[in-house]
Structure formats: C-alpha cells, structure tokens
Design a protein around this ligand. Structure first.
Ligand SMILES: CC(C)(COP(=O)(O)OP(=O)(O)OC[C@H]1O[C@@H](n2cnc3c(N)ncnc32)[C@H](O)[C@@H]1OP(=O)(O)O)[C@@H](O)C(=O)NCCC(=O)NCCS
Length: 169
C-alpha cells in the first residue's frame, strides 16, 4: 500500500535516492553531466535534506513523500512565493514507477497545503524539452507562461527552464 505523508528525518535517504535517480533518468539527454552532478551535490545531500524536513515554514512547506513498504518511491515539496501564489519546487517519482498516479497524489498533497496557506495560483519550473514532466503538468491544467535561464547555470551553459502556471479553485 502506498501512503502519502509528510517526510521526517527517516526519509532523508529515500528522498535523496529518488531525486538522484530521477534526476539522471530525466535530464541525462537534456543537461550536461557537470550540471547534473553540481545540482545533485547542492540539493540532495543529507545535511541539507535534514534541515528541509525539520525546518518548515510558509515559504518551504516541507517534503511530502510517497512511501511503500517503508521505501520512498516519490517526493515533492512546495511553498508560498507571495501572498496568493504558491510554487511546486520539486516533484520526482522513482523512474520505474511513473504513470501510476504517484505524481498526482504528491502534487495534490502539496497543493492542499498551499491552498491552506492562501494560494490562489500555482507555479512550477520545468526544464525545456523535459517530456517526462511537461505532459504531466499540462494534464494538470498548468499553462506555459515564459522561458527563462535554468537554475544555477554558469558561464558556458545555456540551459533553459519553462515557467508554468495554473489557477487553483
Ligand atoms: C512528472 C512526474 C512527477 C509525474 O508523476 P507520475 O506519477 O508519473 O504521473 P501520474 O501517474 O500521476 O500522471 C498524471 C497524468 O499525467 C499524465 N502523464 C504523466 N507523465 C506523462 C508523460 N511523460 N507523458 C504523457 N503523459 C504523462 C498521465 O498519463 C496522467 O494522465 P491522466 O490523468 O489523463 O491519466 C513523474 O513522471 C516524474 O518523476 N517524471 C520525471 C521527473 C520530472 O520530470 N519531474 C518534474 C520536474 S519539474
């Protein structure tokens, strides 16, 4: 049975595993090895994740995980970026468990929290060309708004992210 729950310190290794595995499987053809390794080292290390599951706030609601038999098989997190606007910062499932509804369940849980914080609109960034992510967001009613530089690029890197938006009921 899959449960959707707020993550605690016992889920840190699982979040790191799911995000790292999904990161490689999603971006290997879209981004450089250097960029992917740099991002994984920045985001998916135990010290950072420990803070991210213990210190939650309006602007960082804390990780939500999908757990099956004690294993993390999906993870996501959101937060408020202004009075009425929330953002989905991250959403990944185990690469072998896509299209089973896990992403929908995690997105719903993140969105429910954002609505409780007052969100009327929601944003997400997707890497340009990410066909493992864009159709999901479009199926959820997100619409493309504009293109911008990918997060954390350095000189010589020209990766782009697409900003998507939807209204929340
Ligand atoms: C994006 C992701 C989190 C979605 O989670 P998921 O569990 O696979 O999605 P769901 O099973 O809940 O799918 C919900 C709907 O989106 C559709 N969908 C999901 N991924 C799709 C894809 N790659 N292509 C076409 N449709 C897709 C499903 O068919 C389903 O449609 P339906 O409601 O009409 O049946 C997951 O596929 C993933 O980790 N992808 C790779 C990483 C990634 O791109 N993350 C987003 C980074 S911003």
């Amino acid at each position: 049975m899959v449960t959707i729950q707020k993550a605690g310190p016992n889920h840190i290794d699982g979040i790191a595993w799911v995000c790292t595995a999904s990161y490689w499987s999603t971006y290997a053809d879209l981004l450089s090895t250097e960029y992917i390794e740099r991002m994984i080292k920045e985001f998916y290390i135990p010290e950072r994740l420990l803070k991210e599951v213990t210190k939650t706030s309006k602007s960082w609601n804390g990780w939500i995980v999908a757990v099956e038999n004690g294993e993390v098989i999906g993870a996501g997190v959101g937060g408020m970026i202004s009075e009425n606007h929330g953002e989905l910062f991250v959403l990944y499932t185990d690469p072998g468990r896509r299209k089973e509804g896990l992403g929908s369940m995690i997105l719903d849980a993140v969105t429910k929290e954002l609505i409780e914080y007052g969100a009327k609109e929601q944003w997400v960034n997707v890497t340009k060309g990410n066909q493992k992510g864009i159709p999901f967001y479009e199926a959820k009613g997100f619409q493309f708004i504009h293109e911008q530089d990918e997060y954390g690029i350095i000189e010589g890197e020209n990766f782009k992210a697409l900003r998507y938006h939807r209204f929340l009921l």
